[in-house]
Design a protein around this ligand. Structure first.
Ligand code: PMP
Ligand code: GLU
Length: 384
């Protein structure tokens, strides 16, 4: 097999969810808190729009990088929500945020270049960097999952090309403060770097913890690659629709990669994106309200058992289970076997997080109650 693909791991989040689904198919009643996917249905007006376009026969190739109608809506969205003025030629649409991160990194890094990744990180960042021939450099957050910009500076080298940030964060739920975002911008400018800002959870924040887009800060538009998508905000994970805003020269490189691989995204999928952005936004607000209720509920349950931070965004808790075990794979295996609950071992998010598990609360309050009752029961055995 190729040296490049041999180096990379499968996605822990997707693999564990598949395993939980296989157990369910065998009749074993497993509750999965493993995958980061809203449990809500895609809003009906969005589904109807796509079906309408299929019936109209809009089923042919589309322009690589996105249809003008969707680029136009995304441009308005960037202006309104993020205060960034991206024109159509600074916007690129592809099959989900994940592949746009890959295409963006492939466009800016050379083999051997280093990319700073904040730990705990979303499972795909290091693997995407490796696939692009780059070298991931990990920088830890503090105990509250806040970024320490001094630590980032200490880890820069002449080979550092980019930093990846994610706010709200998967898995910690932390939102990067405006002050830290400004400090990050200073570093990026001073050291002539790129920054990839993964804003996929931007709509799911609680209270005043609204995340700030780094591209909106002075001198940052030409250095930032702003990643977003429809998966989380509009419960559209399976539609595979994501986008970036970035300088034109980067977009042009990304387009070449897309042309020679994916080609383009179906019209009816992109049209669903147009309707999602143009239509009423109450569905987004309603989902966020539900996530907030669940966050409050699950943190209370988790704190009876673990030490657990209160996340400010996204839909994960990332509790520390060191009172029971210092091995997150073993601990997750125990929970799956004895409580029939699937969670993701913390080690998947960074080698320093082997005493943590990630629990997605994108599931009903009833499911959370059932699962946590089972975890509490199972842990009585674990202690003996
Ligand atoms: N970034 C983060 C932090 C995520 O959690 C996810 C979840 N899949 C993605 C990107 C990718 O989203 P998409 O479904 O748009 O590829
Ligand atoms: N981002 C989600 C997660 O972390 C979906 C799975 C994936 O894309 O890896 O669970």
């Amino acid at each position: 097999m190729s040296i490049l693909t041999e180096k990379i791991k499968p996605s822990a989040t997707l693999s564990i969810n598949t395993k939980a689904n296989e157990l369910k198919k065998k009749g074993i009643n497993v509750l999965s808190y493993a995958v980061g996917e809203p449990d809500f249905d895609t809003p009906k007006h969005i589904k109807d729009a796509a079906i309408g376009k299929i019936l109209e026969g809009k089923t042919k190739y589309t322009p690589t990088g996105g249809i003008p109608e969707l680029k136009d809506e995304i441009s308005k969205k960037f202006k309104k929500d993020n205060n960034i003025a991206y024109s159509a030629d600074e916007i690129f649409i592809s099959a989900g945020a994940k592949i746009t991160i890959y295409e963006a990194l492939l466009s800016v890094i050379n083999p051997g270049d280093e990319v700073i990744i904040i730990e705990p990180y979303w499972v795909s960042y290091p693997e995407i960097v490796l696939l692009c021939g780059g070298i991931p450099k990990f920088v830890r957050t503090d105990e509250n999952f806040e970024i320490n910009t001094d630590e980032i500076e200490k880890n820069l080298s002449s080979k550092t090309k980019a930093i990846i940030i994610n706010s709200p964060s998967n898995p910690s739920g932390a939102v990067i403060s405006e002050k830290t975002t400004r400090k990050l911008a200073d570093i990026v400018i001073k050291h002539n770097l790129y920054i990839i800002s993964d804003e996929i959870y931007e709509k799911i924040f609680y209270g005043n913890f609204k995340p700030v887009s780094i591209a909106a800060l002075p001198e940052m538009k030409e250095r930032a690659i702003t990643v977003n998508g429809f998966s989380k905000s509009y419960a559209m994970t399976g539609w595979r629709l994501g986008y970036v805003g970035a300088p034109k020269d980067i977009i042009n490189e990304m387009k070449k990669v897309e042309m020679q691989t994916v080609s383009c995204i179906p019209y009816f999928i992109q049209y669903a994106g147009v309707v999602a952005l143009q239509g009423p936004q109450d569905c987004v607000e309603e989902m966020k309200k539900k996530f907030e209720e669940r966050r409050d509920y699950v943190v209370k349950l988790a704190r009876k058992i673990f030490s657990c931070n209160v996340p400010d965004g996204a839909f994960y808790i990332f509790p520390n289970h060191s009172d029971y075990s210092k091995d997150s794979i073993r601990f997750s295996g125990f929970l799956l076997e004895n409580a029939k609950v699937a969670v993701v071992p913390g080690i998947a998010f960074g080698e320093n997080f082997n005493k943590y598990i990630r629990i997605s609360y994108a599931t009903s309050i009833e499911n959370l109650k059932t699962g946590f009752d089972a975890i509490e029961d199972a842990l009585k055995k674990f202690k003996q």
